[in-house]
Design a protein around this ligand. Structure first.
Ligand SMILES: [Zn+2]
Length: 173
């Protein structure tokens, strides 16, 4: 599975995570998909989510239904392809057990790990191209996209393709 993250969605993933730090943000991923790839066009934050430093609570079904109706009416070429949320602890880029209970097959779940950076790092992929990490002025980010095809499988990292992010450097001050 390959997950393409378009520029607009990439920025929203970072901004939404920074906005509520050190609490966690949560939102929907809107885009298109076929059997081998998912293209994320938009990352739309849930404004009704209640944010806590460990976890986010939100009326998922209610929000999904509202967004589904909106997409059917206004953006017929796009659909909900998954969720995203942030994790604000170091070494915590994997979905928790609680996260996995709310995750379905054939959707993608992006986790944005964010915490205060210790040094500057240029944006780049890991060797398997399944994690995308780098820094801005204040923060270190690590982005992973989790998915599974069958209910009995465990969640795995998908390959991320985000040409805009790779090589991106923030201005140093
Ligand atoms: Zn989580």
């Amino acid at each position: 599975m390959k997950v393409f993250i378009l520029e607009n969605a990439f920025w929203n993933l970072l901004l939404s995570s920074v906005e509520v730090y050190p609490k966690e943000c949560l939102g929907l991923l809107i885009g298109s998909s076929d059997k081998s790839r998912i293209v994320v066009h938009h990352a739309v934050v849930f404004q009704t989510a209640e944010r806590f430093t460990r976890g986010v609570h939100f009326p998922r079904n209610h929000i999904h239904q509202g967004v589904l109706c909106f997409l059917e009416e206004c953006l017929t070429h796009l659909k909900i392809v998954g969720d995203f949320h942030s994790h604000t602890k170091e070494a915590d880029y994997r979905p928790s057990e609680e996260d996995q209970e709310g995750m379905d097959e054939d959707q993608v779940y992006v986790i944005v790990q964010i915490y205060k950076k210790k040094k500057n790092l240029p944006w780049r992929y890991n060797r398997q191209k399944t994690l995308l990490a780098g820094t801005t002025r204040d923060f270190y980010f690590k982005i992973g996209a989790w998915h599974k095809r069958l209910p009995a499988e465990s969640f795995k990292l998908a390959q991320i393709i985000c040409p805009f992010a790779a090589g991106f450097r923030s201005e140093k001050r």
